[in-house]
Design a protein around this ligand. Structure first.
Ligand code: CA
Ligand code: CA
Ligand code: CA
Length: 433
């Protein structure tokens, strides 16, 4: 496998695909979660920290919000494996992230409750979620209670079970005894059974949470471009945002095309990578790789603090379709579906597709998230850690329907007691009397 193929395979492997059609709502905000698995004191028997990332991302996409999960860390703490409340976990030294704007999510083995199954608990308007991983992961025959992570995060964003329009069975933040739980990704809104909806009031509330960060908007415009021997086929504009762009990659593999910068095969009629229209940054701020014959991945790397909101530039390079080398292509229409990956200075990165209608690729029209770079994570300026209140304990009473056989055994078991205590019938189980 060539280096290029490896790079492409790695990009595919490590990106997390967003379910559903991209672009329904721009993803212009995101939050970061620190998943914490729990092991015993010997570092063994660790809990399974299933973040249900794809489901959580699809649920929050309706609010224009991206869900970023950092790599899972673990703590060794036997006493923390089985706890009744998030307050038992949210004590110093239990793996909290150094950044107070990153949400800590503990995955306990069990959360004992006397009044039903407690699948999770969270602070309302504060930082901290506990997930009962044993109960959540085994739910529905092992399919998992796939919206519990998103539900508890909703509490951290200030949403309760009955406010901001919650309460209906198809709403994400409705209490667990009432809420309809999706059995698959395809039943999460806007698809299938249309579950885990958010009301407009909930969307407004959660988007104003201090845990939300901005997704900078950078667009790549190829409208009206001529594909050969130009210096402005791609027009890149940094629309808005307080971060800078570190890297932009263009992947032509999905459209079966390649770059053709020299007259060496493949492609004997070429044009080289050429910059133009630099505004707010200099040519020396941009380094290029992948501008080689046959390459399908072109990467521009920017100097720190060089490419910022309001800046723009353009560039051209010849591209050919694999099926028609040195023809008059690839035209803008032929590039619809090519992938543009944006990596920003705060560690956030996302991939967008070139639209076949607007002929723009937009960093807020997110197809998938890039692996977040934790080394760049910083607390947003002005962030003040909100003080939350402990959420309502929400144990779910699961209707236990005895099997016919076990029901008979129960009746047989009670029968002698009934006979012995006929006069005390009022104190016997209902089945007796
Ligand atoms: Ca060539
Ligand atoms: Ca061409
Ligand atoms: Ca060519």
């Amino acid at each position: 496998m060539s280096a290029r193929s490896w790079a492409y395979a790695a990009a595919v492997l490590f990106s997390v695909a967003l379910a559903g059609p991209a672009g329904a709502v721009p993803i212009d905000k995101y939050f970061v979660v620190n998943p914490i698995g729990i092991c015993n004191n010997a570092g063994a028997a660790c809990t399974t920290a299933n973040t249900y990332a794809a489901q959580t991302q699809k649920i929050y996409a309706q609010a224009g919000v991206g869900a970023v999960f950092l790599p899972t860390t673990t703590i060794n703490n036997t006493a923390a494996l089985s706890v009744p409340s998030v307050t038992n976990l949210n004590v110093a030294g239990n793996g909290q992230h150094v950044d107070p704007a990153t949400i800590n999510m503990w995955f306990a083995q069990n959360m004992p409750s006397s009044s039903g199954t407690l699948f999770g608990e969270a602070y309302v308007g504060g930082n901290g979620v506990a997930i009962n991983s044993g109960a959540v992961n085994s739910y529905n025959g092992g399919v998992g209670r796939m919206d519990t992570v998103a539900h508890e995060l909703g509490h951290n964003f200030g949403l309760g079970h009955t406010d901001f329009g919650a309460g209906g069975a198809n709403n994400l933040v409705t209490s667990g005894s009432v809420r309809n739980i999706p059995g698959s990704l395809g039943d999460i809104t806007p698809d299938g059974a249309n579950l885990d909806q958010l009301t407009a009031a909930q969307v407004t509330k959660l988007r104003s949470s201090p845990f939300m960060r901005e997704v900078p908007r950078v667009t790549v415009d190829i409208n009206g471009s001529t594909p050969f021997s130009t210096n402005n086929f791609f027009r890149i504009l940094f629309n808005s945002g307080s971060k800078f762009l570190k890297k932009l990659s263009i992947n032509l593999a999905p459209v079966a095309a390649f770059f053709d910068p020299t007259d060496t095969s493949p492609g004997n009629s070429s044009s080289p990578f050429t910059l133009s229209g630099l505004s707010g940054l200099a040519a020396s701020d941009i380094s290029v790789s992948g501008n080689t014959d046959g390459s399908q991945l072109l990467t521009l790397t920017f100097a720190d603090n060089a490419f910022l909101a309001g800046d723009s530039f353009a560039f051209g390079i010849d591209m050919d379709k694999l099926a028609c080398i040195d023809c008059f292509g690839a035209t803008p229409a032929e590039l619809a579906g090519s992938l543009f990956s944006f990596s920003f200075s705060d560690g956030f990165g996302a991939t967008a597709a070139m639209s076949g209608s607007s002929f723009m690729a937009d960093s807020t029209d997110i197809e998938s998230f890039l692996p977040f770079d934790p080394s760049l994570l910083s607390t947003p300026p002005g962030f003040v850690a909100p003080v939350g209140i402990l959420g309502p304990g929400d144990p779910v009473v699961l209707a236990a329907i005895p099997e016919p056989g076990s029901l008979l055994l129960i009746l047989i078991g009670f029968l002698p007691l009934c006979l012995l205590h006929r006069r005390k019938c009022a104190t016997m189980p209902l089945a007796c009397c």
